[in-house]
Ligand binder design. Structure first.
Ligand code: ATP
Ligand code: MG
Length: 380
């Protein structure tokens, strides 16, 4: 008999988990998502929905009572509440792991204690801590909110002493940390999976290009040497072996000018930079995640085709309904997330541009340029 799967969060990541789950009816018989937005993306593809805030204790209890197994697509869940419902439902990744990861300072401390390379960092509780940290790390450095940050919104780059007060005030009462700026030559990520039996697999490193602190493009595979790629995969594997809990983890890294790898951050969930796997690989990150939390053998992560993923974002100066996006062609795979309203830089969809036999990344990048205009969001 299949299990009832509960998902906290029903945005696009939840949506694509639901779509993968529906292809595994022998393992998953029903899906329920918890999301505050009525008719959320995941509910549009066949999940039942509990409409409530992600942190609503009663809603989480209800979800746990109704589900055999719970997972999440966001990392801001209340790990204490999740821990309290573990008797009603299996939760993967585990609330303890979520607790460490969702606080960037605890996460970096945990990695550092396990000898995994991270940028230098300190906790910041006062402006004095901040001044001391800046003396140590120099300029620029990055002040970060420890929790609930996404798309770069919890970061403040401090370029000079004049900005110290402004940066500190920007965060008001939030818990903070300061990090040394890494002059990286590339950002890469490794999508790693660990199943409940301890089996670990990683997808090859991909290259991530950000614009306005938001992921814009992912190039699979990353344009790095085999040696550097191996290094990144090994760091990802070591990380997975020290973290408890099962599921997909998106591990964001910097490649430095000397080809060293340091971890920027880990997401305890499927990751935007893994969307290419929907077409580039035998198994998608979403199916791999389900296999991991269900304790099934993990699938083959070999990259079959070079692929570029391009995010379709809401324009900066517009909020409202938008015209449907139409783009088609051989090896172009469009995925829209069913969001009616565009907002500045909101993730509305993506497409994967898959390389044909013998096609290089450079050729794909050229093709991509001619396609970007076709997915521009315009008012309805
Ligand atoms: P996400 O965009 O993944 O939701 P986030 O809001 O949690 O992330 P981070 O991943 O910490 O923020 O940072 C966003 C971006 O800022 C990084 O992808 C990187 O480009 C830049 N950045 C963060 N920390 C550093 C650092 N120590 N040195 C250099 N650049 C950094
Ligand atoms: Mg990040």
């Amino acid at each position: 008999m299949g299990k009832i799967l509960g998902i906290i969060g029903g945005g696009q990541l939840g949506m694509m988990i639901v779509e993968a789950a529906k292809k595994m009816p022998e393992h998953i018989s029903k899906i329920i998502v918890l999301d505050p937005v009525p008719n959320c993306s995941a509910s549009q593809v066949g999940a039942e929905q509990i409409i409530a805030d992600f942190k609503d204790k009663n809603a989480i209890i209800e979800l746990a009572k109704k589900s055999d197994i719970i997972t999440y697509e966001i990392e801001s869940g209340d790990s204490e509440v999740l821990k309290s419902v573990e008797k009603d439902s299996e939760i993967n990744p585990s609330p303890e792991t979520l607790k460490i990861i969702q606080d960037k300072f605890l996460q970096k401390s945990f990695l550092f204690q396990n000898s995994i390379p991270v940028p230098e960092f300190i906790q910041v509780k006062s402006i004095l801590d901040l001044e001391r940290g800046l003396e140590k790390f120099g300029y620029p450095s990055i002040l970060k909110a420890r929790r609930d940050a996404y798309d770069g919104r919890g970061n403040f780059k401090i370029d000079s002493p004049e900005q110290i007060q402004k940066a500190f005030d920007y965060f008001k009462e939030k818990n903070l940390m300061l990090e040394k700026f890494v002059p990286f030559k590339m950002e890469v990520s490794v999508i790693a999976a660990r199943n409940t039996k301890g089996q670990i697999k990683t997808f090859p490193p991909v290259e991530n290009i950000h614009e306005d602190s938001i992921l814009r493009e992912t190039i699979a595979p990353a344009r790095i040497s085999e040696k550097v790629a191996k290094k990144a995969e090994n760091i990802a594997k070591t990380t997975m072996s020290v973290l408890n809990g099962a599921g997909i983890f998106g591990i964001e890294m910097f490649v430095t000018k000397n080809d060293e790898i340091v971890i920027n951050e880990i997401a305890p969930r499927v990751h935007n930079s893994g969307h290419h796997t929907l077409q580039s690989s035998e198994i998608s990150q979403f199916e791999q995640h389900l296999r991991a939390i269900l304790g099934l053998d993990l699938g083959n992560t070999t990259l079959m085709h070079p692929t570029i993923m391009y995010n379709i974002l809401g324009p900066k100066n517009f909020e409202g309904e938008y015209k449907p996006i139409e783009i088609s062609g051989e090896n172009i795979f469009l995925k829209m997330y069913g969001k009616k309203i565009s907002k500045p830089l909101r993730k509305l969809g993506h497409f994967n541009l898959v390389g044909k036999q013998g096609e290089t990344i450079e050729q794909l990048l050229e093709k991509l340029e001619s396609l970007k205009d076709k997915v521009k969001i315009t008012p309805a």
